[in-house]
Write a protein that binds this ligand. Structure first.
Ligand code: NDP
Length: 263
């Protein structure tokens, strides 16, 4: 296998980031673009997609922004086909799109439960399925490889009140990564999870006063002394996407300033 001098270099690779127009997704997309990848972002809001795409183009690669709702299976299939038609391939997928809607467990009706699971769990599952089908087809003609990256959360490891459905989705995705690592590894496809701690985004600052309060509490407890920012995750996603991670699959990287594993 010939390796480039800089094995973090993603030049020539195409990365898809769902929910890439905001927050963590935009940070993942920016990290991948800065490392040289061409980037495809999906999100429902066309205006936000356009703004994010313009910012990503500043890093020099090709960028496609597609208005895709990850609860729509046909749109997912069409979106992968469009990315392959335009850029020739998809090498990296970051399944990141998600929402958080707080509901006390005893009040959680099926509609609230389903809506979150449809986006956060099923949306990721069927995005990854569509991408894996494309990667398997490539592998069958001698062009094996692919990195599937799932955006997890601290809720994989710790209970969060009023977010049972959210934790179910992230826990399920964590198990999915291990299943895909086992099933797709023989085809050269890797799958890992990035589990971020509290990161300052529109999701966590939907109510700025609550966001500030949680950020202050995290800053007080995390050894690295602050809440996270989307840029803090760029290194992990570039590593997992790159050939530097060629023997790394089925794993979960916790990026939370050290909070989960310390007192
Ligand atoms: P944001 O609200 O900033 O971003 C959410 C993104 O998901 C947007 O780009 C949004 O775009 C997209 N999205 C939402 N629903 C859909 C859908 N149905 N189809 C396609 N795209 C969709 O939140 P964050 O960046 O904070 O969250 C992103 C991910 O990170 C989530 O999976 C979240 O669980 C996870 N996470 C966040 C943490 C944090 O502290 N912020 C911590 C750990 C994990 P649009 O609305 O245009 O569709």
């Amino acid at each position: 296998m010939t390796m480039p001098e800089n094995m973090f270099d993603l030049t020539g690779k195409v990365a898809l980031v769902t929910g890439g127009n905001s927050g963590l997704g935009f940070g993942f997309a920016r990290g991948l673009a800065r490392a040289g990848a061409d980037v495809v972002i999906w999100g429902r809001r066309a205006d936000r997609n356009a703004t994010a795409a313009e910012a990503l183009r500043a890093h020099g690669g090709r960028v496609l922004a597609d208005s895709i709702d990850v609860t729509d299976d046909d749109a997912i299939e069409a979106g992968i086909a469009r990315a392959v038609a335009l850029f020739g391939r998809v090498d990296i997928v970051v399944a990141n799109a998600g929402i958080a809607a707080q509901v006390p467990f005893v009040d959680m009706d099926r509609a609230a439960y389903r809506r979150l699971i449809d986006i956060n769990l099923d949306g990721a599952v069927f995005t990854l399925r569509a991408a894996a089908r494309h990667m398997m087809k490539r592998a069958a003609v001698g062009d094996a490889g692919g990195s599937l990256i799932i955006c997890g959360s601290g809720s994989i490891f710790q209970g969060v009140p009023t977010l049972a459905h959210y934790g179910i989705a992230k826990g399920g995705l964590n198990a999915l990564a291990k299943a895909l690592a086992a099933e797709l590894g023989p085809h050269g496809i890797r799958c890992n999870v990035i589990a971020p701690g509290f990161i300052e985004t529109e999701m966590t600052f939907a109510d700025p006063a609550v966001g500030e309060m949680i950020a202050a509490s995290v800053a007080a407890r995390a050894p690295l002394g602050r809440a996270g920012k989307p840029a803090d995750l760029e290194g992990a996603v570039v590593y997992l996407a790159s050939d530097m991670a060629r023997y790394h699959t089925g794993d979960t990287l916790v990026i939370d300033g050290g909070k989960l594993f310390t007192n």
